[in-house]
Design a protein around this ligand. Structure first.
Ligand code: SF4
Length: 484
């Protein structure tokens, strides 16, 4: 066996089909006993003939690129990796947040977060690397969180030989080829943009199928902003949907904004988006990963058509949930950091667009799971108050709103990260508003969402959510008391 691919344990679970549960990997590790977390909430993926039946989408992409380049590859879950430590020449690891430095982890966990405890994802990555250090194989790490490892000291401490940042489909086969030809390759490599995105060979976690890559809206704090939008062919998407439908109940269409599939500029291409949804719906139930509020507000009729087409609401799919970004209610900050996010509208209209989009979602059984950014560079009290006012306007719409600390990336990479110690009274007011908003909706959403899960994890999760709500309220009050 030349190449073995794996991922840290938090990524190697199908979360009972409830993909959004995966965000709990950013939670502090003392929140739930590990046995419950890994056996009930994040059960391991199944293995057949020694291979993982499902794997993270990024791992599947690299597997496909390597197979197409003639390499011998096996994808295994981390709990089976010890069998390959002696045999593999290269072990490739996918990671989303290896050191817990992503926005969600740094907000809720870690040295600078609300609870000073390592998040699950960083814990799992550290554990996996400790196991891999027993192997003589070259250790290569890539994935959305690879940027956190772009430091030779960190790589040496963890025993990593290669870090690949960015797209891997073109660059990883080249690098692995050089290693297998005997080159002692080490260091940080930046992936070249792949002209052709290969088709996965096996099913993916959450039934994810990438429909487009990149964004191009140019938000200064975001990574995908660097890549221009590229939509995949419907033919390739359907092939991947079919592979997933054999194992998964849902196919989750993934892009930074699913509504911009085959878009020209910032205008939604309604015909192509509808064709995409109707074609995939013939193969499987359809979910989505992300959408943009501006795209949604500009395409009200399309949203209604998609919901009608998918027969939403129904027992298995009470709504269509997707992640989206509000980020701020301050026009000043919109202009400064994310003017492109608002297109085809104007920054001055951002709050109206957000409310309009939430209203359209509510009318058509879509649920926005929205993020806010706390602590933008040069943020003022007035900026935060504008966001609080916007939250008041969104109160009546079924949705979740999650505040995340600013993490310096992309054009803002030289700025200081925001930390829990930086929280001022007005930030706490915003956090409290988000908490009240989420409390209002979370039990309803959880009841509807969990209805499709098997009875034991469902009963456990219901209890857990009830407990988490009470515990969260208690802790928030304690933290506010401590810091005010
Ligand atoms: S719209 Fe979203 S994905 Fe696109 S650049 Fe802005 S934050 Fe990034």
């Amino acid at each position: 066996m030349d190449i073995v691919l794996t991922a840290e344990r938090c990524l190697m679970s199908n979360y009972h089909g409830a993909l959004f549960l995966g965000f709990m990997s950013c939670a502090p590790r003392n929140l739930i006993p590990s046995k419950i977390f890994f056996n009930i909430l994040f059960p391991p993926v199944k293995v057949k003939d020694g291979k993982a039946v499902i794997a993270p989408y990024g791992t599947r992409k690299i597997e496909a690129a390597l197979i197409e380049n003639g390499f011998n590859v096996t994808v295994v879950p981390p709990e089976k990796i010890s069998k390959f430590l002696d045999k593999a020449k290269i072990i490739g690891v996918t990671t989303n947040d290896p050191l817990g430095l992503g926005p969600a982890s740094t907000t809720f966990a870690g040295k600078y977060g609300l609870v000073k405890e390592e998040p699950y994802n960083a814990y799992c990555f550290r554990n996996l690397l400790t196991t891999l250090r027993q192997s003589k194989a070259k250790i290569a790490v890539g994935g959305a969180g690879a940027w956190q490892l772009a430091d030779e000291k960190v790589m040496e401490e963890l025993g990593i030989d290669i870090v690949v940042i960015g797209e891997g489909e073109k660059t990883v086969p080249e690098l692995f080829g050089r290693i297998l030809n005997g080159e002692n390759l080490k260091g940080i490599f930046y992936g070249e943009v792949a002209e052709r995105i290969p088709i996965i060979k096996g099913a993916t976690v959450g039934g994810i199928v990438e429909i487009a890559r990149g964004c191009g809206r140019g938000c200064k704090f975001c990574q995908p902003t660097l890549q221009r939008l590229r939509s995949r062919s419907l033919e390739d998407i359907l092939k991947e949907a079919e592979i997933n439908a054999r194992v998964n109940r849902f196919v989750t269409l993934h892009a930074e904004d699913v509504l911009r599939y085959k878009a020209e500029g910032f205008r939604v291409n309604e015909e192509e988006v509808l064709k995409l949804f109707s074609s995939v719906a013939k193969i499987s139930k359809v979910g989505i990963s992300h959408f943009s509020l501006a795209s949604l507000a500009s395409a009200e009729k399309l949203i209604e058509e998609i919901s009608n087409l998918l027969g939403i609401p129904n027992k298995e799919q009470p709504w269509l949930a997707g992640q989206t970004g509000i980020e701020t209610g301050s026009v000043r900050l919109v202009k400064e950091y994310m003017a492109g996010k608002v297109l085809p509208f104007k920054p001055e209209d951002w709050c109206e667009i957000v409310e309009q989009a939430f209203g359209i979602c509510s009318d058509n059984h879509w649920v926005p799971c929205a993020t806010l950014v706390i602590g933008f560079p040069k943020e003022t009290e007035d900026d935060v108050m504008r966001t609080i006012e916007l939250l008041d306007r969104l109160r009546r719409y079924k949705s979740l709103v999650v505040p995340l600390f600013f993490v310096p990336l992309s054009a803002l990479k030289d700025q200081r990260p925001f930390r829990s110690e930086d929280l001022k009274s007005y930030h706490w007011e915003l956090m409290q508003k988000c908490w009240e908003h989420d409390l209002r909706w979370i039990r309803i959403l959880a009841d509807e969402y969990l209805a499709k899960m098997p009875i034991i994890p469902r009963a456990f999760l219901k209890k857990f959510i009830g407990w988490a709500v009470k515990e969260g309220e208690k802790r928030l009050k304690e933290i506010i008391k401590l810091t005010s």
